[in-house]
Design a protein around this ligand. Structure first.
Ligand code: ADP
Length: 542
């Protein structure tokens, strides 16, 4: 017997409809690529997004067509998202930090017909446009006065939508219709496309609004520093309008000074970004003796958060940190380290141990921890295993079947992460499976060592990789980029680790490097690091 409630397809246009109807006057503030701060409202964004839809229809875009965006976080970018998705086309977010060859591969694989882009990327697009044969139009998110002739034939966004009507119905299709496409960075093999549906993103939005998840409210001022091209800005472009929170979009400037300025002038209460961005902000605050007067909460994910960052936010600035884990394939929020009653009752320092874990699953997420033979492993906080995940916002396969079957017999997706689960249900990532260091048949967590090393006062960034060893298979080596003007010795770092990790985890060597490369989503690029170290082994300083 079916229930007798209304059919109300969970389509994403309803989120912006809601924001317009009930929070229409709430501001969206953007640092524009052209320079000035630009202010608009949910009402205006809604109206202009409808114009985008009509403009796309006039350009011949049909339901299911892929329309790409290669753009910074801004109100215009938000308008294109809703304009594309509202008519059942697929919004394909492109990550400008990828190498141009990878971008071309992705555009061709997705068969994108149109690319909305920012002024920043015109020279790159000019150079590579002939390698993107499916792209019929480039639309530059600016006005006629700025578009220039860098990319001949490109249209100015403002002119395009000025000439389009705002009268168009949105939605009206099945909630399982594809809404968004985002490729994973492909650190192994080719990038693979994750194809979100309206339903999966709508459900993800509802999940993330929970008080133990992102806990957003209408009174919040939300700064998504995490880019809209990085796993949908962790859903904030949906969850902020869903609650009617003011949005502050940082545009291309993610350095400490620019982020700090926005936080203070716009009264930001909530923000989200990867650890390296927060490190830049904290460095800036220390250098300038800056304050955070309104910021209450930050979500940190994408890579493990170092203890020093949580402590600095908590002790020096009174800001609460929520550590979160997820991936493009999980829409992306998978777990958050929000306390349960037992953890909430602990002393601040005991609680910190749990804040540094990646946390627990909210409703709608199922986790499993298994060994290589698919046997379930104990949740004792010590046993390492492969982390698997299942739920309505988790990828069931990749776009165009890339990578073949990705679900196991029970319907779980293998995250490629190695983790532990403890008695509180708190998950801790010990490594990506491909970064794990296997020494004498046992696993060493590179993440744990590097996060402790990153807390050394002289260290700016630290990374641990495995290098081949004749007896133990692999042994860890610590790479450290020192802060400007600092010098240090190998023993100084080894002593710092002493007592904080198991003796046999102690790195065989410490190498001081000028640069630790970051990948397209702001995480340490271990593949490149390994290649560099193997190509040109450097010796540690005396
Ligand atoms: P990529 O980094 O490959 O571009 P994602 O952004 O989807 O793609 O990255 C997902 C991966 O990032 C996860 O599988 C995990 O290895 C890592 N990750 C994400 N959040 C965290 C975290 N809080 N701690 C440790 N690792 C994390």
């Amino acid at each position: 017997m079916h229930g007798l409630m209304q059919a109300w397809p969970l389509t994403l246009d309803k989120i912006l409809d809601h924001a317009k109807t009930w929070h229409g006057g709430v501001e969206i503030v953007s640092r524009s690529v052209e320079g000035p701060i630009v202010r608009t409202t949910y009402s205006e964004v809604h109206e202009r997004a409808k114009r985008v839809s009509n403009a796309l229809l006039e350009l011949g875009v049909e339901a299911g067509d892929r329309v790409a965006t290669l753009a910074w976080n801004s109100a215009r970018h938000l308008e294109t998202w809703y304009g594309i998705m509202g008519i059942g086309a697929v919004c394909h977010t492109l990550n400008p930090r990828l190498f141009p060859e990878q971008l071309c591969y992705i555009v061709n694989h997705a068969e994108d017909r149109i690319i909305f882009t920012d002024l920043t990327f015109l020279p790159m697009l000019l150079e590579h446009r002939d390698k993107m044969p499916t792209v019929e139009r480039f639309i530059v998110l600016t006005d006629e006065g700025h578009v220039g002739d860098t990319l001949p034939g490109a249209l100015a966004y403002e002119t395009l939508i000025e000439n389009a009507s705002s009268d168009i119905p949105w939605g009206g299709f099945d909630e399982n219709t594809a809404a968004g496409l985002c490729y994973t960075s492909g650190t192994t093999g080719n990038p693979k496309g994750v194809l979100y549906s309206h339903r999966s993103n709508f459900i993800q939005t509802l999940i993330t609004l929970g008080a133990d998840v992102l806990s957003l409210r209408a009174t919040d001022v939300v700064l998504p520093i995490v880019p809209m091209f990085h796993a949908n800005a962790w859903g904030l472009a949906f969850s902020a309008p869903a609650v009617g929170a003011k949005l502050v979009m940082p545009g291309p400037k993610l350095d400490g000074a620019s982020v700090h300025e926005l936080i203070e002038t716009e009264g930001v209460t909530f923000s989200a970004a990867v650890p390296t961005v927060w490190q830049m902000l904290l460095n800036h605050l220390r250098r300038t003796n800056g304050k955070l007067t309104r910021l209450q909460r930050v979500v940190i994910g994408g890579a493990a958060v170092p203890e020093a960052i949580v402590r600095a936010f908590r002790d020096d600035y009174g800001v609460e940190v929520t550590h979160s884990w997820g991936m493009t394939e999980t829409s992306p929020l998978g777990t958050l380290a929000t306390p349960n009653p037992a953890i909430a009752a602990m002393s601040p320092d005991d609680r910190l141990r749990y804040q540094l874990k990646q946390g627990r699953a909210p409703i709608g997420i199922e986790l499993a921890l298994v060994d290589d033979d698919e046997n379930d492993l104990p949740h004792d906080g010590a046993t390492f295993g492969r982390l698997k995940i299942r739920g309505p916002c988790i990828a069931g396969e990749y776009y165009r079947g890339e990578g073949g079957r990705v679900l196991d017999a029970r319907g779980f997706f293998d995250t490629g992460d190695v983790a532990t689960l403890d008695e509180h249900g708190f998950m801790q990532i010990t490594d990506r499976a491909k970064d794990v260091i296997k020494s004498g048949g046992e696993w060493i967590s590179s993440i744990e060592i590097e996060n402790i090393a990153a807390g050394h006062p002289k260290s700016e960034l630290a990374a641990v990789i495995g290098v081949a060893h004749p007896k133990w298979d692999e042994r860890p080596v610590l790479l450290v980029k020192l802060k400007d003007g600092e010098t240090a010795t190998r023993d100084e770092f080894l002593q710092f680790l002493d007592g904080k990790i198991a003796k046999w985890w102690t790195p065989d060597d410490v190498v001081f490097v000028d640069d630790i490369p970051l990948g397209a989503t702001g995480k340490i690029d271990k593949k490149l690091l390994r290649e560099r170290i193997i190509r040109s082994p450097q010796s540690s300083s005396p």
